[in-house]
Design a protein around this ligand. Sequence first.
Ligand code: ZN
Length: 407
Amino acid sequence: MTLDLIIRDARLSDGAAPVDIGLAQGRIATIGAGLASDAPTLDAQGGLAFRGFADSHLHLDKACILERAVNRTGDLKGALAAVTAAKRDFTTEDVYARGARVLEQAIGQGTTLIRTQVEIDPVIGLAGFEAVRQLKRDYSWALDLQICVFPQEGLLNYPGTEELLRAALAEGADLLGGCPYTDTDPEGQIALLFEMARAFGVDLDLHLDFDLDTSWRHLDEVARQTIAFGIQGRVAIGHVTKLSMLPPAALAQSVALLQEAGIALTVLPATDLFITGRGHDHAVPRGVAPAHRFHAAGVCCTVATNNVLNPFTPYGDCSLPRMANLFANVAQLGSIEELTACFEMVSSAPFRLLGVSDRIEVGGPADLVLLPCESRASAVAEIRRPVWGLRGGRMTFEAPAPRILRP
Ligand SMILES: [Zn+2]
């Protein structure tokens, strides 16, 4: 067998003995110890090879707009108002350029799979969607992009939005999102989204319950509809920061509800920490849903970036190990098992949510990312940055470790 490249001395799981991985014609041809071949080699130096990080919730269309959109109040209302005003000037070219900047940063951080949330309404029309659809094609050499179109400004209260969403779904959007809390008729929006998802045969991924008031929530209605429509395993919900305010018994009931309805939970710690709890001038609540409790109970849970350099989150480098570390820190998780779970929430879990295999096996694609550490827990604890990535056997990025220059 003629190999194109051999990766020497890579670990495929925590604590496993290092192996060599032989690649041919864009696929994994062989895996074993001490492979004999004169093919070019790449030394993994005992690092951890995996399929890369997956960001299950990332807004490319409104990223990198800090210089033109200011959140005057710091809360959700201020963020929504700032983006609504700035969006009037969004064009396809503008969204493409900012989205490309973010995607290139994500590629360099070892992200290989992204679900991007794209706003659709009569002001932006399909301009953002068309830009992101082009980005999906133009960056397919490095990552897979799933496009989730959604009505950020409301659906039933904003005539014309539904028709545009239907047009985007007919023209290649992968799934449908929602934002019931910005609608004048939240339950009506939820009902219509489920109908549309069934009509187009797509999954749902909704922004939900994004505040800290536990006197009401939309979660129960979404769970009820998920079961009624028989689409357990095809619905995800993001933020759900209300869950962070529940005492143990109520939280256990919510865990059981998500298990029963087969709903995935996505936490967006950078945004949730920045936006929620603004009404407190001391003892500010953290406002991050305890995803580790749901993960431990078998609910598909992901930790994701959400926003980069905009009124919802004025930070961002697209690093998912950093996001997993932030979640671990906020949730006070420190054991090997807990840190490993945090790694899973930015890798295997979002792969599963997005319906993509992350197995590394003979015959599979030569898609590999290398972490310069021996375990997933240390990748989270130390925020280790991947050092290279391969897709179809071709190198997609290199980020060598700093070289110390002694006197
Ligand atoms: Zn979002």
